[in-house]
Design a binder for this molecule. Structure first.
Ligand SMILES: *Cc1c(COP(=O)(O)O)cnc(C)c1O
Length: 225
């Protein structure tokens, strides 16, 4: 607990520093604790220390942790199969990983059935890595135009992952490009779209991501080792 608290203080200090560097307040930046490697007990400790947002990349873990700590905001950050949609709609605060049209359709259908909104981010594959899922940058506008037909799904912004690297600066061009795409699209109006969030940066590169405009950082190992 003490160690977790110390790591949290350090991460928050760095978030504050990066926010200041980019002329923003850390209050507008959400620390999303990626709890995929840790137990329910550790999640409960993190909540006690003030963390409110948690991310899981597996639906089964999402369901069980959400059940054990329903007062927290639970995010889905990993690839989502369409047959798991029923387990997350109405429970996820935000789904970061919408990477294909069929998934968006299934999410909307489920939201419509349950009469609940389905807030999502579009995952964009800026780096162009074949191994990474996500829409290509030039597919995003079409996608945003098409979500106007939905009743429940709302696009609340974008998420991306940079390539794994020990050098945070290598992620900067990827983050900058997504940030610039968001700025361009902010000027346009789309139905069922409100580009509020930019989810980018992990333990290795969250400071760079914040400098480039991230307002959600997804941090696992820097908190939980
Ligand atoms: C695991 C994971 C993270 C956190 O990674 P760390 O390097 O442990 O901070 C962030 N985003 C996604 C999508 C992940 O799967």
């Amino acid at each position: 607990m003490v160690e977790l608290q110390q790591r949290l203080i350090e991460v928050e200090r760095r978030i504050g520093q990066a926010a200041q560097k980019s002329g923003r307040s850390s209050q507008n930046i959400t620390l999303l604790a990626v709890s995929k490697t840790v137990s329910n007990d550790t999640v409960a400790q993190a909540y006690e220390l003030g963390i409110r947002d948690f991310g899981e990349n597996r639906v089964q873990e999402f369901v069980s942790k959400n059940h054990s700590l329903p007062q927290a905001k639970w995010h889905i950050i990993g690839r989502l199969q369409t047959n798991k949609v029923k387990d997350v709609v109405g429970k996820a605060f935000l789904i970061h990983s919408v990477d294909r049209w069929q998934l968006a359709q299934e999410l909307d259908k489920r939201g419509h059935y349950l009469k609940v909104p389905v807030p999502v981010l579009l995952q964009v594959n800026i780096s162009g890595e074949k191994s990474k899922t996500g829409l290509k940058a030039d597919e995003v506008v079409n996608f945003l135009q098409s979500v106007g037909e939905f009743t429940s799904l709302k696009v609340m912004g974008f998420m991306t992952m940079a390539e794994l690297s020990s050098e945070p600066e290598e992620s900067r061009p990827v983050f900058r490009e997504l940030s610039s795409l968001k700025k361009q699209l902010d000027r346009k109006t789309f139905t069922n779209v409100e580009l509020k969030y930019l989810s980018m940066g992990m333990s290795q590169d969250y400071e760079v991501a914040i400098e480039e405009g991230a307002n959600i950082v997804r941090i696992g190992s820097a908190l939980f080792i």
